[in-house]
Design a protein around this ligand. Structure first.
Ligand SMILES: Cc1ncc(COP(=O)(O)O)c(C=O)c1O
Length: 392
């Protein structure tokens, strides 16, 4: 096993070394196969080593790897067109990660108010339980003291409103607020789904009071909830939506999509990234979109979601005092662990039995499997989890 002392210790890595992947399985350096129900934290929606992604990457690598944003190139133009037309948006900005997509959204919201002459409108409102990333701006919008501790001073102008509290939102959105940023399904805080009334009130109040509405769909977007964009599940369209993780099925890319009203905030020179929207991740993202269309992935996600919710509810029923009722949407699911501080131990016991699952805040197990997961694989995951929560 690789224990790489030269890596800075920013992660709590599990003691296995992954060398390959195939479909919904990962393979370690001893040849052990694991059923992957976390998919690189909601990234590999088409599973591992998908031939269409591998071909798109290889073909693009032979043609053009990098040209910079000094010029146009075909993959980023095509991907921008695909995404804005599917989202009903106006323009896209590409970067390399989720946190950068949120930085772009925050900057665009502020610049857009500034360009309209509203120079006092620069506050960013976020929700309790939020996670928007680790760079300083996105971190300032992340309601987690543990992640912020010791990194101050953080950028000013960020405040929080209780998640799903419409009355608090009524109070909080005033003439200083440039944007409200919300995850339609909060992942890191333990998988909590926004109420439709909360998102609808957010839309109404932002419109009435001149703020922009940003949906962070970095974890819950790209098909994970059973539609390409999570906002489709709620019938509420934001002004800005941020994407990353699953967009290119594992290649690093982030995107900010903006409607016409918001898009006017950026002019040449306002924002940029050397690698943002480079040809290989864009080609992979285009291949991902083609595969998801051909597979009718949304219908599959809805069917597998019903199955996994059923299986997890049965496990909760037969393991009272250990597992709680599953919550979430589509194939982003949290299972609260009732015994205090046992989520990590259960995830480790599952891993030893060949099942990879994640954890999230609040002593929660997190399931975010590839969206191509089969009926048989979900049955297998449920029996492996049962074995893991048995006597440990
Ligand atoms: C909702 C949400 N926003 C932003 C991020 C940050 O994305 P990245 O790790 O690609 O910077 C994450 C990552 O987990 C996320 O779940």
């Amino acid at each position: 096993m690789v224990r790489e002392e030269a890596l800075l210790p920013t992660y709590n890595r599990a003691p296995i070394t992954i060398v390959a992947g195939e479909g919904c399985e990962l393979i370690d350096d001893r040849g052990r196969r694991y059923l992957d129900c976390i998919a690189g934290i909601a990234v590999c929606v088409l599973g591992h080593a998908h031939p269409a992604i591998a071909d798109a990457v290889a073909q693009q690598a032979r043609k053009l790897v990098h040209a910079s944003n000094l010029y146009y190139h075909e993959p980023s133009g095509s991907l921008a067109r695909e995404l804005v037309s599917r989202a009903g948006m106006h323009g896209a900005f590409f970067c390399n990660s989720g946190t950068e997509a949120n930085e772009a959204a925050i900057k665009l919201a502020r610049k857009s108010a500034y360009r309209r002459g509203e120079t006092q409108r620069n506050a960013i409102l976020a929700c309790t339980g939020s996670f928007h990333g680790r760079t300083l701006g996105a971190l300032a919008a992340t309601a987690n003291d543990r992640y912020q501790e010791g990194f101050g001073p953080l950028p000013a102008g960020f405040t929080f409103v209780p998640f799903n509290d419409v009355a608090a939102l009524e109070e909080a959105i005033d003439e200083k607020v440039a944007a409200l940023i919300v995850e339609p399904v909060q992942g890191e805080s333990g998988v909590h789904v926004a109420d439709t009334q909360f998102l609808a009130a957010a839309r109404r109040l932002c419109d009435e009071r001149g703020a922009l509405l940003i949906f962070d769909e970095i974890q819950c977007g790209m098909g994970r909830t059973g539609s390409l964009f999570a906002f489709e599940q709620f019938g509420v369209r934001p002004d800005l939506v941020t994407l990353a993780k699953a967009l290119a099925n594992g290649l690093p890319i982030g995107a900010l999509l903006a409607n016409e009203r918001a898009a006017g905030g950026f002019a040449p020179g306002d924002h940029g990234s050397t690698f943002g929207g480079s040809p290989i991740p864009c080609a992979a993202a285009l291949a991902h979109l083609r595969v998801r269309d051909a597979l009718d992935l949304d219908a599959r996600v809805r069917a597998r979601s019903a199955q996994i919710f059923g299986a997890l509810a049965r496990l909760a029923a037969v393991n009272p005092g250990v597992l709680g009722t599953p919550r979430g949407l589509g194939l982003l699911i949290g299972v609260p662990v009732i015994e205090p501080n046992q989520a990590q131990a259960i995830a480790a016991a599952a891993r030893e039995r060949g099942l990879l699952i994640g954890t999230a805040a609040g002593n929660t197990l997190r399931f975010a499997p590839p969206l191509i997961i089969s009926e048989e694989e979900i049955d297998r995951a449920a029996s492996l989890l049962q074995a893991a929560v048995g006597p440990r």
